[in-house]
Design a binder for this molecule. Structure first.
Ligand code: ATP
Length: 584
């Protein structure tokens, strides 16, 4: 497939914003691709190269991409930079600069989708000494053979700025339209995606074998499933009512890190909440699974928690962060030992258990997990009495937990869904805002006084999944330790942008913009309406967005969340409505 065809469709996609139109054009594009190129096409259309869980990151620094552009166009770096600043978009700058390049290159070879894809994959995988120069050469050579329009999209792709507004769900709709006869088939495609979250794979299955191909997609050891998520309510009473008044299963909500554990004999792989492989952070947890889980082939979920080895006490989440390192893990395992609290079993001995009710899975879990000082099925009770839940909640908090997760005993495991089959109840819910929020850093303001020379305040956004954009919701300047103040600029530097990044909507203009990447946890006094912030704009009142009163950083960096996993606009609207109800 020629890359020029792809670029022409991208231009069409970019020009429209209606979801139906977007789906139709994308469906046409998918139909026109030969089957072997379908998966790469799907990844690239979302600005990616592989499914998220493989962790292949493209995001080339802006500076390097501009250098490659200068090399390919034969135009000085200064001029390249000024054209970039003029347009505020690296793609448009490339398009303009290459339009004016000398004749000779016009006779170069046409680009194929495969060549662009393979080159970008090589660029992403280069690391170590000499890799910067190698990346530069690869990119310059691609740009050299690109038409101006192709260069526009290649530049946006390598810098992580290709945002065509094509969210995961739009791809699923397009696949249903292109290969399964219409959008009505979307639930089947969505199910396949939830148990095997690789859009390239799911779309290819639909294309090659139609509905049967999609139905064949099954839970597989080694491929992470999208996690089931919890809704929130404020009281045991409300939760029991919501679940129909019957006995519910209440479990401790531990304050650690979620692990999705895939075991095949002695081979144990650990995935994080965002489905990245994190086995290397917890080799001891993998050993605990080998030693104390009886099922040899299984997928389990557990919360890994830091413990005080002498007292057996649970320690706060921050302690676990010492385990997120590349080197010295042996020492970190000794200094920060962990325990596993298992809370679900999705596959055992080759049988998929996700369709079975919670009560069944819980029994199976208890059989599979040996109770030791380091491993157990998470403490749980069954009750329909609010007072009993209240008491269990107190116990949980005394034992160092955040609260409870209450589960509907009749519910199957609903991959990828945030529904009322699981409801969390936290201590904070009683006071302040109903919950903490996980927000994306989209900008920063220079500090004054003690913070001069550093960033003093950060601009934060929420995710609007329907439109695949990030909208501003608050500025936060409190709650940062000196260590964090020093660390954040380093963490954010690769995502710095001199212009408002595509996919970010904000009326407030910070000193520096960041492409959405870093997610941090924020607590606030309440949600308020704001004429400035764009989150949930017009949803509660015309002309007003939603913002936070007295936002404060809790100290938790949520690197277990992708920016798309941050608190969504829908959740914020829900929180706002619940808050209004409480006040009334
Ligand atoms: P939060 O910020 O509250 O952890 P989240 O967005 O990460 O929320 P939710 O699904 O809303 O995820 O809350 C459930 C999270 O709580 C799980 O991701 C898991 O890490 C943790 N957890 C702790 N104990 C349990 C439990 N017994 N059952 C399910 N999840 C649990």
């Amino acid at each position: 497939m020629d890359y020029s065809e792809v670029a022409a469709k991208y231009a069409e996609l970019e020009a429209i914003s209606g979801r139906n139109e977007l789906t139709r054009i994308l469906a046409d594009l998918l139909k026109s691709a030969p089957s072997a190129e379908l998966a790469p096409l799907v990844y690239m259309t979302q600005g990616k190269l592989r499914p998220d869980y493989e962790g292949v990151e493209l995001g080339l620094a802006e500076k390097l991409a501009l250098r490659a552009l200068a090399t390919a166009s034969g135009i000085s770096q200064d001029r390249v930079y000024s054209v970039y600043v003029k347009h505020g978009d690296i793609g448009t700058a490339a398009e303009e600069l290459l339009k004016n390049r000398s004749q000779g290159t016009l006779f170069s070879e046409g680009l194929t989708l495969n060549r662009v894809y393979e080159t970008l994959l090589r660029i992403a995988r280069q690391s170590g000494s000499g890799s910067v120069e190698a990346k530069l050469r690869e990119l310059a050579s691609l740009l050299n053979d690109a038409t101006p329009l192709e260069a526009k999209y290649i530049m946006r792709t390598v810098t992580g700025e290709l945002r065509l507004g094509v969210a995961d769900y739009t791809v699923l709709d397009a696949a249903a339209t292109a290969f399964l006869g219409g959008k009505e088939s979307r639930p089947g495609v969505e199910r396949a995606y939830n148990v095997h979250p690789d859009l390239g794979f799911v779309v290819s299955s639909a294309a090659s074998k139609g509905t049967a191909g999609v139905e064949e997609v099954k839970l597989e050891v080694g491929v992470p499933i999208r996690p089931m998520l919890a809704e929130r309510l404020n009281s045991p009473q409300a939760i029991i009512e919501k679940m129909g008044g019957k006995a519910v299963a209440a479990e401790y909500k531990l304050d650690g890190e979620r692990l999705q554990i895939h075991r095949n004999g002695d081979d144990v792989k650990l995935f994080s909440r965002r489905l990245e492989v994190i086995t290397s952070h917890y080799p001891d947890a993998a050993d605990l699974v080998r030693e104390h889980v009886s099922a040899r082939k299984a997928i389990l979920e557990a919360e890994v928690v830091a413990i005080n080895e002498d007292t057996g006490e649970y320690l706060p989440f921050q302690e676990l962060m010492h385990r997120r390192r590349k080197h010295g893990i042996q020492q970190a395992m000794e200094d920060y030992p962990v325990a596993l609290n298992f809370f679900d079993i999705l596959l055992a001995g080759g049988s998929d258990l996700t369709a079975k009710p919670y009560a069944f899975r819980r029994k199976r879990l208890q059989q599979a997990v040996e109770q030791t000082p380091r491993t157990r099925a998470v403490p749980s009770i069954s009750s329909s009495d609010p007072a009993e839940l209240e008491k269990f909640m107190e116990d949980a908090i005394t034992d160092g937990c955040e609260g409870l997760v209450v589960k509907d005993p009749g519910s199957p495991y609903r991959a990828g869904a945030r529904e009322f089959a699981w409801i969390k109840l936290k201590r904070e819910y009683r006071s302040e805002l109903t919950d903490t929020l996980d927000l994306v850093v989209i900008g920063a303001f220079h500090g004054k006084g003690r913070r001069a020379g550093a960033f003093g305040t950060y601009l934060l956004g929420t995710y609007d999944g329907k439109r695949d954009v990030f909208t501003s919701v608050a500025k936060v300047g409190t709650g940062f330790s000196d260590e964090n103040l020093a660390k954040f600029p380093r963490l954010l530097e690769p995502y710095e942008s001199h212009v408002r990044p595509p996919g970010v909507e904000s009326n407030m203009v910070p000193d520096v913009w960041f492409r959405p990447h870093l997610v941090i946890e924020i607590i606030a006094a309440e949600l308020t309406l704001s004429p400035i912030h764009t989150a949930a704009m017009g949803r509660i009142r015309p002309g007003a967005g939603v913002s936070l009163r007295f936002p404060k950083f809790t100290g938790k960096v949520r690197d277990d969340k992708r920016p798309e996993d941050a608190t969504t606009v829908e959740e914020i609207v829900g929180m706002y409505q619940r808050q209004v109800k409480r006040v009334e």
